[in-house]
Write a protein that binds this ligand. Structure first.
Ligand code: EPZ
Length: 426
């Protein structure tokens, strides 16, 4: 077991280079199953969730080879199996994309129930609704703990209205619909940048998808998809996490390899808090100057283009460094505040409120002191790192496997920003 040891109290400065987007990569990798020839994927982040997805694909019969620092050759043409019930498939949420990919390619699949960070119920009813409308029979096998889908007469396009704006269901149904006969329309679709990236990848392979990034996505079924070379977009949440860390430590730094448009909702709030920012002349970097006083603010998480829920914990720590009262309302997940109790032990003044207990009231400006913490999920772990960077004294964070699931070389990147952080065995 390993832990991060962090000495706080230093302003971050320098440069950080953002890696490929986790939530795009974990969908694009299984989507290579649809191709009739091999793919080359570039800007793939070196994170545990990608490692596990590659392990799953290899166990299924794909040939995967790392041909560069962040480049992989993926040949999924040899995959025969449609049963993906081994342990790795239960380790993360994104394994459910294998359902959509095998349904599109083979007409059937049985995939172990997905795992993933726990912040309340994580249902799949909208995925199942979409697959059913496309003509698949869907069932949960409690004994094998897997989801089975079977399109005995092939998939036919249909109109799907998502009852809930769901990133996973939008991507999964989009993947399945790519080879369905006729046209599929997904309404009330999620609009995250990683959904657009998956659609761009599928279209490059020969799919016919229009409207990704809007609430209505139209997919005309095609018969063949060929392997392509594709570069994954930069990770907006990784970028937002470093921006929050630089701002919380009153630092001054440049965040490189970003698509500023993807960060709009985060940057609006960063600027509201008094942080000076500017986009680099090439349009792919953002300079952050948080040397001034931070101002309190109000944030509500909503699906894209709103403020991303995956930035909620990190931003709560940033808000606690601003004098005055700030408010964070979480509207996407039912209980994504488990990390609060540990952060309060650093001296942070945060209360859960609201009749649905979905509101945090943060009294900022308190001095934090270093403590031992345990990451409870990926983004909470990132928030604990930011708190440790702001605290006086030394903190440790264990359960770092959560953090390494989604942050590529986070210790090296923070050290390059001047942070006093090291990974040690517990
Ligand atoms: C994706 O999860 C991300 N994970 C999550 O990021 C992110 O928090 C979430 O989207 C929202 O942006 C990946 O992309 C691998 P949803 P997903 O389906 O697809 C409800 C991270 O930190 N819902 O958009 O599982 C659900 O309960 C991770 O990188 C249904 O009701 O999220 C939730 O309230 C954590 N029925 C809401 O929709 C369904 O069938 C949003 O969930 C599906 C979802």
């Amino acid at each position: 077991m390993e832990k991060f040891v962090i000495g706080g109290g230093k302003a971050l400065s320098g440069e950080v280079y953002i890696s490929g987007a986790k939530n795009a990569a974990v969908a694009i990798i299984p989507s290579t199953i649809l191709a009739d020839s091999p793919c080359t994927l570039e800007n793939v982040p070196n994170i545990k969730d990608v490692e596990v997805m590659f392990e799953i694909m290899t166990k299924m019969g794909a040939k995967i080879e790392q041909t560069g620092k962040n480049t992989y050759y993926v040949d999924a043409t040899g995959i025969e199996t449609t049963d993906v019930i081994f342990e790795e498939a239960g380790r993360m949420r994104a394994s459910y994309y294998i359902l959509g990919a095998l349904l599109a390619k083979k007409g059937k699949a049985c995939v172990r129930m997905p795992g993933g960070c726990f912040f309340g119920d994580r249902p799949m009813d909208q995925h199942i609704k979409g697959f059913s409308i496309l003509g698949a029979e869907c069932s949960f096998d409690d004994f094998k703990n897997c989801v089975s889908v079977f399109a005995k007469n092939g998939l036919k396009g249909g109109n799907i209205y998502m009852d809930v704006v769901s990133v996973g269901a939008t991507i999964n149904v989009m993947i399945a619909a790519v080879t369905a006969e006729g046209t599929t329309v997904i309404e009330n679709a999620a609009r995250e940048p990683h959904i657009v990236d998956v659609a761009n990848f599928l279209n490059m392979m020969g799919a016919n998808i229009k409207g990704a990034g809007t609430e209505v996505i139209k997919i005309k079924g095609v018969k063949e998809l060929r392997g392509v070379n594709y570069s994954i977009i930069p990770d907006q949440i990784e970028a937002g996490t470093y921006i929050a860390a630089i701002a919380a430590t009153h630092g001054k730094a440049v965040v490189k390899n970003v698509i500023p448009k993807h960060l709009d909702s985060i940057m609006v709030k960063i600027n509201e808090m008094g942080v000076k920012t500017s986009v680099g002349e090439n349009g792919d970097s953002i300079s952050i100057d948080a040397s001034g006083e931070l101002k309190s603010c109000k944030v509500k998480t909503t699906p894209h283009p709103g403020f991303p829920t995956d930035m909620q914990p990190q931003f709560v720590v940033l808000m606690s460094m601003a004098k005055g009262t700030s408010y964070m309302r979480e509207t996407v997940w039912e209980c994504r505040f488990q990390y609060i109790e540990q952060l309060k032990r650093t001296g942070m003044d945060v209360k859960i409120s609201g009749n649905k207990r979905d509101l945090l009231i943060i009294e900022g400006g308190k001095t934090l002191h270093g403590i031992d913490m345990q990451a409870t999920d990926l983004r909470a772990g990132a928030a604990m790192i930011i708190a440790a960077l702001c605290a006086n004294g030394v903190s440790t964070i264990s359960n770092i496997n959560y953090i390494e699931r989604g942050y590529d070389r986070i210790v090296e990147k923070l050290q390059a920003l001047g942070a006093d952080i090291a990974k040690e065995s517990c």
